[in-house]
Write a new protein. Structure first.
Length: 86
């Protein structure tokens, strides 16, 4: 992949109060799941020109593909559940 970002999904914002310096309300992201977003750059040549543009295609991947703790407890589906959801 050319770029990758950690994306937090299915969570919620929790208010933490006011910032002492700016007076703005501060928020924190709580809960949810982490998903890895992978971007692949594909060059697309122009027609009858020397120009080439980039097309970025995205895919997702689980941040933790296999949970050995669940696997050792005999919960085989739970061990790969996060990978299946992504």
């Amino acid at each position: 992949p050319d770029v990758q970002y950690l994306v937090k999904m299915y969570g919620y914002l929790e208010e933490q109060g006011l910032d002492a310096e700016t007076g703005e309300t501060k928020y924190v992201w709580k809960g949810g799941e982490d998903v890895l977003a992978l971007g692949y750059d594909i060059p697309v040549p122009g027609f009858h020109t020397w120009n080439t543009n980039n097309l970025r295609l995205w895919t997702s991947k689980a941040s933790c593909e296999f949970d050995l703790g669940h696997f050792n407890d005999g919960q085989y589906y739970a061990a790969i559940e996060e990978k299946e959801r992504s």
